[in-house]
Design a protein around this ligand. Structure first.
Ligand SMILES: [Zn+2]
Length: 434
């Protein structure tokens, strides 16, 4: 099979690095975000986020590189498959290798050899989710009895929240640590990603209503403290590339809390009258309510600022979130499931390590333009998984990341062309067989 060439990717940062003069332009004179096409009658849109390390054309899927690496894949390969930006995690990099080392290396992008745009999330999710012992907010069971002390079965509580911050025990060595809004900002400034997030409290769908109210108030107070600390740290090292700070909306499944949290965050400003550069929508979201909850938040958030949805990548969730107005989203799932032999195709997800693929000499997805589908068969991938060869993880991650990125590229083009609904019905009809 001949190698197929990739279509031109939307990332411009690699071939045309911004000049020093561009970086010297005061942030206030440079638009951080511009909106291009809009979905008629809905909140969905295309746009561009401008960062010191290049532009991100939205809607965009942000690849997750939790510990400053997209597991099993070279940065050059991530670039080739169209990745526009990488998101690392402040909690993990704080514990290992430590933010001082990332700072000394010249920041996250220089440390990991990724010259494009970068994000870090605040660590709030990991501090609280690893502390409570559950793995994934989206899959939490909302039908469980509501309670405020939620610990996964067989796990010890590792995180304690108070109004000032969170004390937690490292999952690596059992040592005790404390994150406050100020500490999270200090860590994220040392890591130096282009887009960073305010420290928030993650709640679950099974917390009581009373606790959710307290938590939203706490996250609001922390957001104000994050903005103040972010400005102080920015002024302290003015020579560094400007970092944009996003506030994070919580409020679980409650419409009034989501709307209140969004309005309040949008209203927070520093002493100079400047607010957050964008917003993240976080926390507990049930799949069937995803678009509704995102819609409540986006109703209340300013249109001129980008909105990031934390933790989605399934095709139906992508269409729903983009239609509701999400501009960027990240998810560890495409690479995580790839390492367990689950791969995406136009007609749905399947496991390439099952017996029926042992003599299957077709690519994962005949329509895919990725390196893996151009050069390898399902039979070979089946063999690699059975033989426990690490190349299996690399090849399947390349395919899954490319699948999601290409789908989001298609959605972006469809919004611009006025063909969003047609693309959604076509893609989801084939993927889910409906
Ligand atoms: Zn492929």
């Amino acid at each position: 099979m001949p190698a197929r060439s990739l279509p031109a990717t939307s990332s411009t940062s690699w071939d045309k690095p911004h000049t020093a003069a561009w970086l010297d332009t005061p942030v206030t004179k440079r638009p951080f975000f511009t909106v291009d096409a809009e979905l008629p009658g809905r909140r969905g849109r295309t746009g561009v986020i401008h960062t010191p390390h290049g532009d991100i054309e939205t809607p965009a899927f942000i690849a997750v590189g939790t510990k400053a690496t997209v597991k099993a894949v070279l940065p050059e390969t991530m670039r080739e498959l169209g990745t526009q930006a990488v998101l690392a995690n402040a909690y993990h990099l704080y514990l290992q290798p430590g933010p001082d080392i990332v700072d000394e290396a010249g920041g996250l992008g220089a440390f990991m050899n990724w010259p494009g745009p970068t994000f870090t999330d605040s660590g709030g999710f990991q501090v609280l989710s690893l502390g409570a012992g559950f793995r994934k907010v989206l899959s939490m069971d909302a039908n469980r009895v509501q309670a405020d002390d939620i610990i996964a079965e067989g796990k010890q509580r590792l995180a304690h929240v108070d109004d000032d911050g969170v004390t937690f025990i490292s999952h690596l060595d059992g040592s005790t640590h404390r994150f406050t809004p100020e500490v999270s900002m200090q860590i994220q400034h040392k890591i130096g990603a282009d887009i960073i997030f305010a420290f928030d409290e993650l709640t679950t769908l099974v917390n009581t209503r009373g606790y959710q109210e307290e938590s939203v108030a706490r996250t609001h107070a922390w957001a104000q403290r994050c903005l103040t600390e972010h400005r102080r740290l920015t002024a302290e090292r003015p020579e560094r590339p400007a970092q944009a700070l996003f506030g994070v909306v919580q409020g679980a499944q409650y419409e009034d809390l989501r709307r209140l949290a969004s309005r309040d965050l949008a209203g927070i400003v520093d002493a100079g009258g400047r607010g957050f550069d964008g917003f993240g929508i976080g926390g507990a979201l049930e799949k069937q309510n995803l678009a509704t909850i995102v819609g409540w938040c986006i109703d209340e958030l300013p249109d001129a600022k980008p909105r990031h949805l934390l933790g989605i990548s399934e095709p139906d969730d992508l269409f729903a979130a983009i239609e509701a107005g999400a501009d960027t989203f990240d998810c560890v799932s495409p690479s995580r499931v790839a390492r367990n032999a689950a791969v995406y195709s136009a007609t749905g997800r399947f496991n390439v390590n099952t017996a029926r693929h042992r003599r299957d000499f077709t690519p994962i997805d005949a329509e895919c333009d990725c390196y893996t589908c151009a050069h390898y068969t399902r039979a070979y991938l089946h063999h690699l998984f059975k033989a426990k060869e690490i190349l299996a993880a690399t090849l399947c991650t390349i395919h899954n990341e490319r699948f999601v990125i290409r789908l989001v590229d298609q959605i972006r083009a469809a919004i611009a062309a006025g063909e969003f609904d047609e693309l959604r019905d076509h893609v989801l009809g084939r993927y889910y067989g409906t």
